[in-house]
Design a protein around this ligand. Structure first.
Ligand code: GUN
Ligand code: ZN
Length: 448
């Protein structure tokens, strides 16, 4: 007599293909009354409840009928030290960094403080249904240690790395190429590929690194396999003008990173708002990923990301959605999709609900080359998933009353769209990591 498999019943949806390239109806997979069966924290089977449950006599079924079951969200770019500076008034990028961001990052020298914020940050991600994120830290190696430790405790798949900065910021936030090299190398050896953790070499952005610093970043990337390169690119017009002064020999912003070997298929560039056609062509060639951060781009007045122009080159540039907290104004990928929709509306484009949810799940996993492990419910993948209550407020209950659960794909699209436009953390009823229900300690103590 073997132990029962954990199983989850509900309206189950995920993506098998890219809806920007395939018909939407062929990209999405949907079981209105579905069953997800797990074994050892991985997906064992997915299918229609009626057909599947008879094939497995020993199931321990948790019933989420009336709720949606989706893969956990992936946030392609977020700053954990900026958790407490979210919603700081005024200014565009460069002034905003000086006024709010640099002072708060200094506090992460203190490992106790950094740990408090790291724990809060990861719980806030999970409360919002985000199970994997690509995270920026500070120059202080202890700020990286505490984040990876906290992610490891929660068994989360997480990508992060120490920030490299050696000019154009207050002295207290500068490391040297030599110290950054030694510290980063130690951190890579300590954390890269430990459990579900992966390391990203993270120069903040070209203006805060000298050529020598970017050289070190390229050297580190070539020393280890599977490292990511994570930075910012072409977010703000003043930033771009500054790049021309700082790197007069570079033909454009992307070329600065190219000169140091930082533009690869494992590079993640946040923003990419003011790119030229030539830069987009080269990103298509390199298959680097762009993190589309609509709430941040609107908040800082940075500009409107041209999604269509990233999808027309062949092959298309990999894109994922990202919050970019604390310039971003929400931890919620629902809200991020909603602002993405509006950013595209202003340009005569659109973001369909299936495209929005794809960019927050499988699309982001593909951009990270992690699609063999996360992003959808194919058997063998890691069981990170979320339970969504589409009627968490009176208004959402009214709006979705006739489709609990949605029966057809068009009803599903409609319900997902209400989540994009109206949804937030209140719609996330539960978050599972490797098949285990995550419990918010903060909430537990507050309720007691
Ligand atoms: N560019 C360089 N640093 C930052 C940052 O912290 N936030 C944003 N939005 N852009 C940046
Ligand atoms: Zn950012």
């Amino acid at each position: 007599h073997s132990a029962a498999y954990p199983a989850f019943r509900g309206a189950i949806a995920d993506f098998l293909h890219n809806p920007f390239l395939h018909r939407e109806s062929e990209s999405v997979r949907y079981f209105p009354d579905g069953l997800l069966i797990l074994e050892n924290g991985q997906i064992k089977a997915i299918g229609d409840y009626q057909t599947l449950h008879t094939q497995y006599p020993h199931l321990d079924i948790t019933d989420y009928s009336g709720k949606l079951i989706l893969p956990g969200f992936i946030d392609l770019h977020i700053h954990y030290p900026q958790t407490e500076t979210i919603a700081s008034y005024g200014e565009q990028l460069l002034e905003w960094l000086e006024k709010y961001v640099f002072p708060v990052e200094k506090k992460f020298q203190d490992p106790d403080y950094a740990q408090t914020i790291a724990d809060f940050f990861l719980d806030e991600l999970l409360r919002n249904g985000t199970t994997t994120a690509v995270v920026l830290t500070t120059i202080f190696p202890q700020s990286v240690d505490v984040l990876f430790t906290a992610a490891q405790e929660r068994q989360m798949r997480m990508i992060a790395g120490q920030m490299l900065m050696n000019r154009n910021a207050p002295d207290f936030l500068l490391n040297t190429p030599q110290s950054a090299y030694e510290q980063t190398q130690n951190l890579i050896q300590k954390w890269h590929r430990q459990d579900r953790l992966l390391y990203a070499v993270t120069p903040r952005f070209a203006p805060t690194s000298t050529p020598e610093d970017l050289e070190i970043a390229g050297y580190l990337l070539r020393q280890y396999s599977d490292l990511y390169l994570h930075t910012h690119l072409s977010e703000n017009t003043q930033e771009i003008a500054w790049i021309k002064q700082l790197f007069p020999k570079a033909s454009d912003y992307l070329n600065v990173y190219e000169q140091f070997g930082l533009v690869t298929e494992r590079s993640i560039f946040a923003h990419g708002i003011h790119l030229s056609d030539s830069e987009r062509q080269r990103l298509s060639q390199s298959q680097s990923a762009i993190a589309f951060c609509p709430t941040s781009n609107l908040f800082l007045g940075s500009g409107l990301f041209n999604l269509q122009a990233t999808q027309t080159p062949s092959p298309a540039i990999p894109v994922g959605l990202a919050t970019d907290v604390g310039a971003g104004t929400s931890f919620s990928l629902f809200k991020t999709m909603g602002d993405g929709y509006k950013v595209l509306q202003l340009q005569g484009q659109a973001l369909s609900p299936f495209q929005g949810f794809y960019l927050s799940t499988l699309g982001a996993a593909q951009a990270l080359h992690l699609e063999a492990k996360i992003g959808n419910f194919e058997p063998g993948k890691e069981a990170d998933f979320i339970i969504i209550n589409p009627a968490s407020t009176p208004l959402m209950k009214l709006r979705n009353q006739n489709q609990m659960p949605p029966e057809t794909l068009s009803e599903l699209a409609d319900q997902l769209f209400t989540l994009m436009i109206l949804g937030d953390d209140r719609n996330i009823e539960a978050t599972y990591i490797l098949g285990n229900l995550w419990k918010d300690n903060e909430q537990l103590t507050m309720n007691n």
